[in-house]
Design a protein around this ligand. Structure first.
Ligand code: COI
Length: 381
């Protein structure tokens, strides 16, 4: 499919802006969470030296790999997820990109991979977002999901770290993650299959962790559930996380979430919600949360980059279903969701200094945020 650059130009109606910005010609009202190919991706390689150099934007498209690449044979790969939002004034906001950079570095250490520096990661994210800025949804219609990958792309046959690595970033405009939208989701607690084990890789964002949940998730969806909540594999009693997000419970206005202890992904939205909740005056506890407490909670909600904050309508455990809300958010989740998303979208003052704002005006130099990229001729469909 060929996309024409600047097909749709909309004029920002906000009084603070007198600039026009271009938008891709897609249905911005109907965004879900599926790949929409955009114009550019970012690619940076690293050989045995451990140094990533020469990162470049290139046209989005397939990549070529040796059948013997470490990532294909032994799963040596990590990914990240973060989002860019378009503000009403046309400027673009990134949310805590350095946290993703840091998490990728921690994961790379566990997976025996070299990783880009924090600065390389953040600059590459900015470059990729700005090169694809016509794909950032209009304010209030969604976000640009940014997917950095770190892959062992060098060829290996015997089990060993790959001799070459590729850092790649692609992006896609997205709306809500769950088909329920912002309506409550319905979870089933899995007590046989486990996502992670102590000493394993559950605490880093390695690709294999996500393949490992597909069996339980697929079975749950067939039965009409939105997703699966996993328990610890030792006592089969304590909450861990949902396939793609972290979990919180609220009881008597105390907000609790399972503590990070190696088997749970340290979500950046999780961390941000904890900080927002503390700021809002809630007591927050990071600790072991037993499944019995889940069943007795006033409210339950999930957090994640893709998911943002998602209210849980019901949980089913060993055939027993507990309902928390029929419709919409519980009061606490609503308050935290509003505080977080207003910050992410630039609707409230960023007292936490979490957002990175970039001017979206055409012709700006790299120093002020824009990179010059070659014109788009075609895009892979
Ligand atoms: C994210 O929330 O960004 C994730 O990486 C989860 C993924 C399964 C969509």
């Amino acid at each position: 499919m060929v996309f024409e650059l600047m097909r749709l130009v909309i004029k920002d109606a906000s009084p603070s802006s007198n600039e026009s910005f271009e938008l891709a010609d897609i249905d911005w009202e109907g965004l879900g969470f599926g790949l929409i190919p955009t114009d550019y991706m970012y690619v940076m390689k690293c050989d045995g030296s451990g140094n990533f150099t020469n990162g470049k934007l290139q046209q989005f498209g397939n990549i070529e790999l040796s059948p013997s690449a470490g990532v294909l044979n032994y799963g040596q790969g990590l990914f990240e997820g973060l989002k860019a939002y378009r503000k009403h004034d046309g400027n673009i906001l990134l949310f805590r990109p350095e946290e993703n950079a840091l998490r990728m570095r921690n994961g790379a250490e566990r997976m025996c991979m070299p990783s880009p520096s924090i600065e390389q990661f953040v600059e590459a994210v900015k470059d990729t977002v700005l090169a694809n800025k016509r794909w950032i949804p209009p304010a209030g219609k969604g976000s640009l999901y940014i997917r950095p990958l770190l892959l062992g792309t060098g060829a290996v046959l015997g089990l060993a770290p790959a001799p070459e690595y590729t850092f790649l970033i692609y992006v896609s405009p997205v709306g809500n993650y769950f088909k329920e939208g912002v309506a409550p989701i319905h979870l089933i607690v899995e007590h046989e299959l486990h996502r992670a084990t102590p000493g394993g890789t559950g605490g880093v964002k390695t690709i294999g962790n996500y393949a490992a949940v597909l069996k339980a998730q697929t079975a749950a969806k067939v039965r009409g559930y939105s997703d699966v909540l996993y328990l610890d594999c030792v006592e089969k009693k304590y909450l861990e996380e949902v396939s793609s997000c972290n979990i919180f419970i609220v009881k008597d206005n105390v907000v609790s979430t399972p503590a990070i202890k190696g088997t749970i992904l340290p979500g950046i939205t999780r961390k941000s919600i904890i900080e927002v909740a503390l700021n809002e005056g809630f007591q927050v506890e990071e600790r072991q949360v037993a499944v019995d407490e889940l069943l007795d909670a006033d409210e339950v909600f999930c957090t994640g980059t893709a998911v943002v904050v998602s209210p849980v309508g019901s949980v089913t455990y060993r055939g027993k279903r507990v309902t928390y809300v029929e419709d919409g958010f519980g009061a606490v989740a609503q308050r935290l969701y509003s505080a977080l998303t207003r910050l992410q979208m630039g609707l409230s003052e960023d007292e936490m200094n979490w957002t990175v704002e970039k001017g979206a005006k055409r012709g700006e130099s790299r120093e002020t945020g824009l990179v010059r990229v070659p014109p788009v001729r075609s895009s892979v469909s």
